[in-house]
Design a protein around this ligand. Structure first.
Ligand code: GLN
Length: 199
């Protein structure tokens, strides 16, 4: 039974905890380095990436997070959590820091004010062929990825490739959307399998 932490600086911690427990994982709210050191994998929830970045610095967690990512800890970031895992951010604030680890450039609030939030059926590699009912809330998209990054899902965009909304690089996974808000646990299950070393 893996122990999966949910970074509890901000965001929908309870919803992620609920889904992960439902999948048989033991969960821990992570607010300290000791708690971080004790988990097998970590979920970084949605929220506001600029605030999360400041809080991570204030709690002394930014460098420990970077060290764990460098050491291979599996981490799954949703929405603001995706931004936290990005090596490069467009539309961020000047002092915005990320943990990084995924060789990608994300654009904050990319879908624009007209579409503050929306739902879309998205096919995600690794969870079966049924589209996932994805909820986007002031979501980022992935503008570009490096060669080590696998694109898991996209929504229709200006060209044939569309807009990337789900990626994976080794044990790191990120989605623009919030799978903790719907009762389809397939994306979380994929992450739990990654933590278990099954994927
Ligand atoms: N727009 C937010 C940010 O830039 C992300 C929104 C979310 O996590 N729902 O951090």
């Amino acid at each position: 039974r893996p122990t999966i932490g949910v970074l509890a600086l901000q965001g929908d911690v309870a919803e992620h905890t609920h889904v992960l427990e439902g999948l048989g994982a033991h969960t821990v709210k992570v607010l300290s380095v000791d708690q971080l050191d004790a988990v097998d994998g970590l979920v970084v929830p949605g929220g506001e990436s600029t605030t999360m970045s400041k809080l991570a610095v204030r709690y002394g967690l930014l460098d420990p997070l970077r060290k764990h990512v460098a050491a291979g800890m599996p981490v799954y970031g949703t929405c603001a959590g995706m931004i936290m895992l990005a090596d490069r951010v467009l539309g961020g604030t000047a002092d915005q820091q990320t943990v990084g680890g995924i060789d990608m450039t994300v654009r904050r609030n990319a879908f624009g004010r007209q579409t503050e939030s929306f739902e879309a059926g998205v096919r995600i590699d690794g969870i079966g062929t049924d589209p996932f009912d994805a909820v986007f809330i002031r979501a980022p998209w992935v503008e570009s990825v490096g060669p080590g990054v696998t694109v898991l899902g996209s929504v229709p965009g200006p060209d044939e490739a569309g807009r990337i909304v789900a990626v994976r690089q080794g044990g790191l996974m990120a989605t623009s959307f919030h799978p903790e808000l719907t009762d389809d646990a397939r994306v979380h299950r994929l992450f739990v399998d990654i933590v278990k070393g099954l994927e």
